[in-house]
Design a binder for this molecule. Structure first.
Ligand SMILES: Cc1cc2nc3c(=O)[nH]c(=O)nc-3n(C[C@H](O)[C@H](O)[C@H](O)COP(=O)(O)OP(=O)(O)OC[C@H]3O[C@@H](n4cnc5c(N)ncnc54)[C@H](O)[C@@H]3O)c2cc1C
Length: 448
């Protein structure tokens, strides 16, 4: 297994020459951009994928690796069901073991109130024939033996899966390249070329690519990229810390979380641990501007967000990050090849003691790695997947709000269809861009 997460020191794997022209240019080599490029190439379109750093080096190799239907927004659920099918198919189309395992996902309810909140989500699963169940306290203890804590019960979806993100997303890029996508790492797109109100190409640090269709899948950088094109997107990013343990005996082969910790088994025998429901926001100019859109989320505070007055230098919303530049100037995307936040040291210590106390029967363990990722989020916790009406030729797939890894392949399939004039096969009205400007109320996704 390669080192994880992927970073600037990881070798360059994809170094196709930059073509002069393409049918579609995809910006961003995370799970969304990679999946989009894969389905575009599969449909026979001349496809170029441009990544400023390394494939999957940002959120897409730093996430927990949960591929879950459980707790999703009802409008995401049909798309997530499709993603589950696609993950199984794609795992069979690569000779890399991506660690795809149907281990289930379980939300442990510390009290009756949490259990009732989980129960309220069950009808969404029933509507789509997903076999999510509410477990009793005794069933929960049977499912995950060795727990020291007694839970009121749990929400459990046996068909949910896991995979190793730092292996899986580069493997999907390998399939895309094999099927004809030209993938160029270390190549930032500075801005779009626009003529007579239409997209005519992209300007990269290596030169121009002519195209009439661009898909922006820039993760935490999308709103900065769009602001330079005078398109408003109220997207922010929060830091989330993760640690990987040394191998331990199996207590549960899926992913589980309570109010203090999330854990999931990895294919190397260790567990990935993360604080339960805890995020950190570095306040910058975009956060100030977007504040009114986030009031609903701030009041609900589903992730117990902690605030810092400023982001480190070079971050998308740092006070010193340029907001405007031209194609002949170095852009913020080249200045920061890989957004690689320092993990929260105090949280790492806490994770160790919480996990040990939760499973007193486990032997002592160490962390073999610890990292953080910046989760790009939207005010209502669901993504933007849409054509930009104001700029024909531009399609956006971003703001996955902390759950884009699992759903990635299906969102990529949809974006490929949107960019090439095909019917997307799902109702995407919940994910439209203009919901933030047309006076619609902010309706929070479940945040479960
Ligand atoms: C700690 C953590 C845990 C998570 N756990 C889960 C989970 O268990 N399950 C789940 O489903 N999701 C999870 N997520 C969320 C998930 O990882 C993200 O939603 C998903 O990876 C987003 O993919 P993306 O392709 O949109 O963005 P990213 O993976 O961030 O990729 C965007 C890419 O675009 C590139 N880019 C940006 N601008 C430019 C430019 N101008 N030119 C060229 N390249 C550019 C960036 O370098 C980056 O590589 C988690 C996230 C984190 C951080």
């Amino acid at each position: 297994m390669p080192d994880f997460p992927i970073s600037t020191t990881s070798p360059i794997t994809f170094a196709a020459p930059l073509p002069d022209r393409a049918d579609v240019v995809v910006i961003g080599g995370g799970v969304i951009g990679v999946s989009t490029a894969l389905f575009l190439a599969r449909a026979g379109h001349r496809t170029v994928l441009l990544e400023k750093g390394r494939i999957a080096a940002e959120q897409s190799s730093r996430n927990w690796g949960w591929i879950r239907q459980q707790g999703r927004d009802p409008d995401e659920l049909p798309i997530m069901k499709e993603a589950n099918t696609l993950w199984r198919e794609l795992a069979g189309q690569t000779n890399v073991d991506i660690g795809l395992t149907q281990g289930g996902v379980t939300y442990l309810a510390p009290d009756q109130a949490a259990l009732e909140r989980y129960a309220a989500w069950l009808p969404h699963a029933e509507d789509l024939g997903i076999e999510t169940r509410l477990l009793t306290a005794a069933e929960t203890a049977d499912l995950i033996p060795g727990l020291s804590r007694t839970y009121a019960g749990a929400l459990h979806t046996a068909s949910d899966m896991r995979a190793e993100p730092w292996v899986a997303v580069p493997a999907l890029a390998g399939i895309a390249a094999r099927e004809g996508a030209q993938i160029v790492e270390n190549c930032a797109v500075r801005c779009l070329d626009v003529g007579a109100g239409y997209v005519t190409g992209v300007v990269t640090e290596q030169g121009r690519v002519a195209t009439s269709e661009v898909v922006l899948a820039g993760g935490a950088w999308s709103s900065l990229f769009l602001a330079n094109q005078s398109i408003r997107l109220p997207q922010l990013s929060v830091r989330a810390t993760v640690a990987a343990t040394t191998p331990l005996p199996v207590v549960y082969s899926g992913g589980a979380a309570d109010d203090r910790i999330a854990f999931r088994a990895r294919m190397d025998g260790g567990y990935s641990l993360a604080p339960g429901g805890f995020h950190e926001l570095f306040v910058g100019p975009s956060a100030f501007r977007a504040l009114p859109k986030y009031l609903t989320q701030l009041r609900a505070d589903p992730f117990k967000t902690r605030f810092f007055p400023r982001a480190p230098k070079g971050y998308p919303d740092a006070w010193s990050t340029p907001r405007r530049w031209d194609g002949d100037m170095q852009s913020p995307f080249e200045t920061m090849r890989v957004l690689d936040p320092t993990p929260n040291a105090r949280k790492l210590q806490e994770l160790k003691s919480i996990f040990s106390a939760l499973f007193p029967g486990l032997p002592p363990f160490d962390f073999i790695s610890a990292w953080a990722g910046m989760i790009d989020t939207m005010p209502d916790l669901v993504p933007v997947v849409d054509r930009v009406a104001a700029l024909p030729g531009l399609t956006i797939g971003t703001g996955m709000s902390g759950h884009g890894f699992g759903i990635g392949p299906a969102i990529g399939r949809i974006l490929a269809d949107l960019a090439t004039g095909q019917a997307p096969g799902h109702d995407l009205s919940r994910f439209r861009l203009n919901r933030f400007s047309d006076g619609s109320p902010v309706t929070l996704g479940p945040a479960l």
